[in-house]
Design a protein around this ligand. Structure first.
Ligand SMILES: *[C@@H]1O[C@H](CO)[C@@H](O)[C@H](O)[C@H]1NC(C)=O
Ligand SMILES: *[C@@H]1O[C@H](CO)[C@@H](O)[C@H](O)[C@H]1NC(C)=O
Ligand SMILES: *[C@@H]1O[C@H](CO)[C@@H](O)[C@H](O)[C@H]1NC(C)=O
Ligand SMILES: *[C@@H]1O[C@H](CO)[C@@H](O)[C@H](O)[C@H]1NC(C)=O
Ligand SMILES: *[C@@H]1O[C@H](CO)[C@@H](O)[C@H](O)[C@H]1NC(C)=O
Length: 905
């Protein structure tokens, strides 16, 4: 369908005709020719006609019409919509640059060149005329052939449109793996093969068809049993694996991201292998190789998997029996589809999500059973179908209709497997506004962990998210994300300690479907990453470069690009980017994370449409002055980069919502300043749309005017001096939206005078880096029990008095980190303290020699990390009271600690 393209262009036209743009445009247009002056009206006409077409496209979908003529016609609509989008962007571009140039107008006249953009307006006008003409023809041809078709055939009428429901932030409609029935038996087999009393390395294979739940099963076991191993790793082996990436992922998992003490980026394959062999040598490890396609891939990986005689285990999941045969006898586990009862249970669990017992009413039962039968016991299909039905009216007619559509779908695409067909149906049932968001996720590499925040910012930059009342775009986007999860199109991969979605993942089958649909729609193209050569059509607006080892995509037409995201980090790609950088005039999203570029071309200032610029982990030290021309920029990120200072005039970027910079100094993240902040630019405090701001040094002016940034939600302010603290507290007390805050002193010895710390709204996360004044815990904030604070980190506070009794008042804390925070010898936790705490980090407490835990303290604690506690010789007293504990991590402890631990456990 071409709805997506039509919907996007309709939104664009609306923007072009909105008051703001038009008020700039009117005087400019009035001075011009008749056809230019008529531009707004013509655009309105086109928009009306497109609305009709959109309604008609829906009708086609509903009636299930299918024919060559229709397909051709839809293709023409799509192309026209894209042409129109280009033209509208061009219009916005011209009008926008005019406004911006207003001030240097006189100068322009002096140098006596006819400004190009005035010519452009005429071009736009004639382009619009042409489109109007074509649109007319399209409508006429439609009328010619719809007559004979009417009366219809194909699938039963009934709309794919679903009930519109908004999901409130905070509600969670997903079901956890544990609740998926049927994996019990396999789970037991798998667990027992892990524990098999055999010290030699074992290879276990879990195989079965796509969507049968192999990864779910293994993931479940990995989560629950993994902590019995010394170290573990989960590596997805996509069809386009690179050994180097596999090594890196393994090392990161095995050692832990924040504990790696070498720079993975600079290591070559041989060094990585050597490091791996070293890491695996003396430890009992568990490694998951997910979705292995070919046996020879496994053989290459196996070369580093030393058999250390410690009972290490490797689990492979695969769809291919030949690969599974690498495992011997009982270690080859076949995952079969669910039986009838389990299928029914899983289906009802989803379809009747909101009813407590998930019971199917008797009148729907037979129809439900018929539907479930078609799912062949595949959990992915059951969950997807259940999700669709949960959103539809629960009556027999609706369900019958749905059943007929399902049958039609299954019969219609002969050569596809069943899950794919069912997921295809789920896709059709997505409302249009979710289709874009869904297809977007396919631009990330296979099995990629997509961070919620990153995805949301991308969606917003693409213009997928509509303003809904007083809801911020970010909140609306999050509700879309939850809706996609609820429909089982995306899965939650990770949550933070208070249950909010942190990362999501796309099932590989679902991703294949999304890529297929993306190509059809000309929505996006992923380049590289698959063995097949990917054709990049000239109409593709979004390109993700996953891998460019086979050369640079010469088929990409940069002039039409709206989005460029790179995942490859090769120099060749940097060179390619530099060569095209001035061509994509309409670019809205440019994400060059990790690309080894050092400069950004000055021509970036011409990208008038740019909304998101991400230069994370690049080597860019300085931004060109022209960047201040990017009037539409919403997100600018340069995290873990090298930026030294902002160019002058940065405060002209009035639409900035998220500004994130930091300079990485020390990849091991030890020491007080492992990253540096950047000095604020003049006028930073006038960017009143800012929601995210970090990491910025605390200049006197900034501290004084910070209170003006009323939208701030997340702030990291560094290099704070004692004498500015009082004013800082004053400014912070004005930030009504603030939820995450880090304050860092200018050095280890400076005291943060936070006696007046207070916030108008509950803060979620607070990190205080540096020494603390005595009054800090008596500040209004702490006296009010931290207003529901969820995460607290005290870093380098070096308190001589035990802070824990004060902190125990923060009854909602879910994570507490004390890092070099206390110089005393003893910590104790009394009954009733920290009942919600899930994670506790104790690091660099140099004199600590005793930890006392009473029964009834820390009742929900799941994870405890202890590191660099050189005087602690014994396992904390009362450790056995921690009934919820799942993971214990310790390193760099006193030698006696380990033996004490062995004895205790
Ligand atoms: C999905 O449905 C479309 C028709 O709407 C069809 O052309 C396509 O082949 C199907 N794709 C998959 C992966 O099932
Ligand atoms: C930049 O990188 C940081 C850290 O890797 C990440 O948290 C952030 O989401 C990234 N920003 C964008 C826009 O991708
Ligand atoms: C913790 O202590 C160790 C050993 O003294 C030191 O190397 C490390 O830098 C310290 N870490 C922090 C965060 O201060
Ligand atoms: C900050 O806000 C106050 C009132 O809220 C306003 O009077 C002042 O002009 C603002 N300052 C700046 C620099 O925008
Ligand atoms: C803890 O959270 C609950 C609900 O989330 C809230 O009602 C309560 O006030 C919070 N506790 C404190 C001490 O603020």
């Amino acid at each position: 369908m071409a709805e997506i393209a039509v919907l996007l262009v309709l939104k664009k036209i609306a923007i072009a005709l909105a008051g703001e743009t038009l008020s700039f445009a009117k005087p400019l247009l009035a001075k011009k020719s008749e056809s230019v002056a008529a531009l707004p009206d013509d655009m309105k006409l086109i928009s009306n006609e497109l609305e009709l077409i959109r309604a008609f496209l829906k009708e086609i979908g509903r009636k299930g019409w299918k024919s060559e003529v229709i397909e051709t016609w839809i293709g023409q609509v799509r192309r026209l919509a894209y042409d129109m989008e280009d033209t509208v962007d061009h219009f916005i571009y011209v009008v926008g640059t005019h406004d911006q140039m207003g001030s240097c107008w006189d100068y322009m006249k002096k140098i006596a060149k006819k400004p190009r953009r005035l010519v452009s307006l005429d071009e736009i006008a004639s382009e619009i005329k042409k489109i109007k003409q074509e649109l007319k023809q399209l409508s006429e041809s439609r009328d010619r052939w719809t007559k004979p078709l009417d009366g219809g055939s194909g699938i039963p009428a009934g709309s794919y449109e679903t009930e519109k429901e908004m999901y409130l932030p905070g509600h969670d409609y997903t079901i956890s793996d544990e609740e998926l029935a049927g994996i019990d038996e396999n789970k037991q087999t798998l667990i027992s093969s892990l524990k098999f009393e055999d010290p030699s390395l074992r290879i276990i294979a879990v195989w079965g068809m796509g969507g049968v739940g192999k990864s779910t099963l293994v993931n479940n076991v990995y989560k629950n049993e993994g902590s019995n191993f010394d170290c573990r790793a989960w590596v997805s082996i996509s069809q386009s694996y690179r050994l180097e990436d596999i090594w890196k992922k393994m090392l990161t998992d095995l050692i832990g991201k924040d504990k790696i003490e070498f720079d993975l980026g600079t290591m070559d394959s041989a060094e990585l292998r050597e490091q791996l062999t070293k890491t695996l040598d003396k430890r009992q490890y568990l490694i998951i190789l997910d979705d292995v396609w070919m046996a020879n891939v496994f053989f290459k990986i196996k070369e580093v998997l030393v058999d250390n005689g410690l009972g290490s285990r490797v689990i492979i999941t695969t769809r291919i029996e030949e690969v599974a045969s690498l495992a011997k006898g009982s270690c080859k586990i076949k995952v079969e589809p669910l039986g009838v009862d389990d299928s029914w249970h899983v289906f009802c669990r989803k379809a009747f999500l909101k009813d407590e017992n998930h019971i199917c009413p008797p009148e729907l039962r037979q129809c439900g059973i018929n539907i479930v039968e078609k799912c062949d016991g595949l959990p992915l299909a059951l969950v997807a179908i259940g999700s669709i039905l949960s959103l539809r009216p629960k009556n027999v007619d609706e369900w019958k209709l749905f059943y007929d559509q399902l049958i039609w779908e299954l019969h219609n695409n002969e050569n596809l497997n069943r899950v794919e067909k069912i997921m295809n149906l789920s896709y059709k049932y997505l409302p249009d506004y979710l289709k874009n968001c869904f297809l977007y996720c396919a631009m990330f590499p296979e099995d990629y962990l997509i961070h919620r925040k990153r995805l949301i910012r991308l969606w917003i930059a693409e213009g997928f998210i509509e303003q809904k009342g007083a809801c911020s775009l970010e909140d609306t986007a999050e509700s879309y994300l939850k809706e996609l999860i609820r429909r089982s199109m995306l899965h939650v991969a990770e949550r933070n300690c208070f249950g909010r979605i942190k990362c999501i993942r796309m099932h590989d089958l679902v991703r294949e479907l999304a890529i297929f649909q993306s190509k059809r729609e000309g929505f996006s193209t992923t380049y590289g990453g698959n063995n097949e050569a990917v054709l990049v059509g000239s109409y593709s607006r979004r390109v993700a470069v996953l891998q460019c080892s086979k050369g640079i995509p010469s088929t990409i037409d940069p002039s039409r690009l709206r989005t460029l995201i790179t995942f490859d980090t090769s120099r060749a790609l940097s060179v390619w980017y530099s060569s095209i950088s001035s061509k994509p005039k309409y670019l809205a999203v440019l994400d060059l994370s990790s690309l080894p570029i050092e400069t950004i071309p000055n021509s970036i200032g011409e990208l008038f449409n740019l909304r998101l610029l991400c230069l994370n982990k690049t080597k860019v030290k300085e931004l060109p002055k022209s960047i201040t021309k990017l009037q539409n920029l919403q997100t600018m990120s340069l995290e873990n980069g090298e930026l030294v200072k902002f160019p002058q005039g940065f405060s002209k970027l009035k639409k900035l919502r998220h500004l994130m910079v930091s300079r990485l100094q020390d990849v091991t993240f030890s020491g007080f300043k492992s990253w540096e902040a950047v000095e604020p630019f003049k006028g930073l405090w006038t960017l009143i749309e800012l929601q995210t701001l970090y990491a910025i040094t605390a200049s006197e002016v900034l501290v004084a005017k910070l209170g003006n940034l009323s939208q701030l939600r997340r702030l990291i302010i560094c290099d704070v001096r004692s004498n500015l603290c009082a004013q800082l507290c004053g400014s912070l007390s004005k930030l009504c939206q603030l939820s995450r805050l880090t304050i860092r002193a200018c050095n280890e010895d400076e005291v943060l005078q936070l006696d007046h710390l207070t916030f108008p709204n509950p803060l979620q996360t607070l990190s205080l880096d540096g020494r603390l004044s005595e009054g800090t815990f008596k500040s209004p904030f702490f006296l009010n029990h931290g207003n529901g604070l969820l995460r607290l980190m005290l870093f380098y506070s070096q308190l001589s008095e035990n802070p824990v009794p004060h902190l125990s008042e923060l009854s909602n804390l879910t994570r507490l980190s004390l890092i070099k925070a206390y110089t005393g010898q003893e910590l104790y936790f009394q009954a009733g303290w920290f009942l919600n705490l899930k994670e506790l980090y104790l690091k660099n407490l140099s004199r600590l020699n005793q930890i006392d835990i009473q029964e009834g303290a820390l009742a929900s604690l799941e994870r405890i990390t202890m590191k660099h506690l050189p005087e602690l010789r014994e396992v904390p007293v009362g450790f056995r009271f921690l009934k919820s504990l799942k993971t214990i991590f310790f390193s760099d402890m006193h030698p006696e600690f380990e033996s004490s631990f062995q004895k205790e456990m």
